[in-house]
Design a protein around this ligand. Sequence first.
Ligand code: BG6
Length: 502
Amino acid sequence: MIDYNSSLSGDKDLSAILVIFGGTGDLTHRKLMPALYNMLLDGLVPDHLQVVAIGRRDKSEEEYRSEVRASMDKYSRNKVDEKIWSRLNDMIRYYRFDFRDHDGYSDLKTYLEELDKNSETKGNRIYYLAVAPEYFETIVLGLHKSNMVKTAKGWSRLVIEKPFGKDLITARQLNQKLLEVFEEKDIYRIDHYLGKDMIQNIMVLRFTNSIFESIWNNKYIDNIQISLTEKLGVGTRGGYYEHSGAMRDMIQNHIMQILSLVAMEPPVNLKTDSIRTEKLKVIEAIEEITPEFLRDNLVFGQYGKGVIDGKPVVGYREEENVPKDSGTETFVALKLHINNFRWAGTPFYIRTGKRLGSYGAEIVIQFKNMPNLLYFNDNNIQEPNLLVIRIQPSVGVFFQFNTKDFISHHGIVPTKMDTSYESPYQGNTPEAYERLIYDILRGDSTLFSRWDEVEAAWTVADKIIGYREQSKVKFPNYDAGSMGPIRATTLLAKDGREWWNI
Ligand code: BG6
């Protein structure tokens, strides 16, 4: 659910024209339009919002609207109510235009200005780049040359999806281009994980519960595990994934963001920059990553064929648009240290992978055991206290603690307290986009990545990717349906630990 109490910053006028470059693409149909529909349903869309979908294909407004209507049936999390749909239908315009053609921007500008006059959108613009990253610069330059950014009467915001560059150098170059046209405060870099409820809940859990925050440090926490595991393979995205791999696809962005939220210091207030500054410090405090360290603490994997949910699936190299000798990783497991007073000595284990035996996103906080002197269970061990923040598919918090074993009347048993529930909306939830679009409209960039966060994350990711390119791992090295390469298990076992699959 949308949290109306979160911090507001910037302009609160919600009237705007949302200009979607890539209006006929997958993202628009699957996420953006359904998000707008559900926002309308929840009363979160201002009366004066207009949506201009830009596409290259020749089609009438009516044709486009009926395509979106069909997507709504497939992807909306709520059943489509015709009355609400007709309101969205009326807001949507289709504008045919090849955004690579810089001469066409002035016509687009005139078109948007006309729309302003008829719709009271006050010159406010959101330019949403739902296109392949190689077009980001072209579009931003086109907007700039036609004075569609800074001279607009209202405000202009730019929204970009990942990947933000393919390494530190390209990310810096791209950022430089964007900053020549937009101010940092007007750039919304989407990391859809930040739109997920439980990710936002991390700060609430930590900073409103003294029982957690007082022991949230290296004195009491043995280790922290962050796992984002998927059963899905790369599907039709082989072309993109081949140049991305799990490092660029999941670690550089989603996992780094989660790590920051789990490990950050309390911000002085809930202002966007106060939060982002604390998050940044975490990434900056990651212990120097050397090739020697990576040799022992990093595991790359690529899936071979196997069985998922009883069905045989092909290996990564047999997927569409993937070379037969691909060296791209579909799995990463890594140990990291955050070298600051709170965390020195407590390892963070992170892992992500495709075509694994289980699907889920969760953070496991394993507390240190008490001295093992008084009570034991039958195996003569004390189960640790575990706090699990479940992001998906269940959403909520799980806590494990020890109690007396009332059945055998001797020893202790772990008791499990679980507040989580099965979310009906799986994965890349539409709600995440609802929340994010709503925040863009009201000018709150807290749930988006600031440039220095992206830069710090690339600094870390680049070292790991560089190491990957030098080291020769024999792929494929795990079967689809398993939990990754054996070395991922040894990574923890050699420290006397294990991955918790709660
Ligand atoms: C995307 C990645 O950012 O996140 C995908 O590009 C991945 O490869 C997806 O599948 C996972 O998101 P979610 O919300 O389904 O966990």
